[in-house]
Structures are given as structure tokens and as C-alpha cells.
Design a protein. Structure first.
Length: 85
């Protein structure tokens, strides 16, 4: 092998190692679960893109928004304990 070929081989090897090292150490974003707010926002955006009628859109929107709100207790009953004694 002559000197030019060795120099070319060394240069290509160094460049390849540099590229592979850069790819391995790239700053990738962390995977994390969506928050409740992000999930609700994604659901609302999805129903906007579905081309629903206004009534169907409003119905689905209400279902999504109600799913995250705590339900109020409107009736209470006197519950007897299951075990007496």
C-alpha cells in the first residue's frame, strides 16, 4: 500500500469513528408519559380534525372535559356497616 492510500484509509476511518461517536452521544429527548392536561388537549385536537357535525363535536368535547373533573356527590345514603358487633 502506498502512502496516499494509507492516508486516505486513516482519514476515512477517523471520519467514520467521529460520525459514529456523534450519533451515539446525540442528545435525544427523554421519553415520558403525557400529563392529564396534555392528554386532554390531544383528544380535543383529534376530534377537531375528524370533521364531525357540531352536535357530535360538542357531545364528544363534553365527554372529554367531564372525564377529568371530579364528580360531585349529589345523594348520600345512610349505609349500615356490613359487620356488626
Amino acid at each position: 500500500m502506498n502512502t496516499a492510500a494509507r492516508l486516505l484509509l486513516a482519514t476515512l476511518t477517523a471520519a467514520g469513528i467521529a460520525v459514529l461517536t456523534g450519533c451515539a452521544s446525540a442528545n435525544h429527548p427523554e421519553l415520558r408519559p403525557y400529563t392529564a392536561e396534555e392528554t386532554r388537549q390531544l383528544q380535543l385536537e383529534a376530534i377537531q380534525r375528524q370533521g364531525l357535525s357540531l352536535d357530535e363535536y360538542e357531545l364528544r368535547k363534553r365527554v372529554i372535559l367531564r372525564a377529568d373533573t371530579p364528580q360531585a356527590v349529589t345523594e348520600t345514603r345512610d349505609i349500615e356497616p356490613g359487620i356488626k358487633g
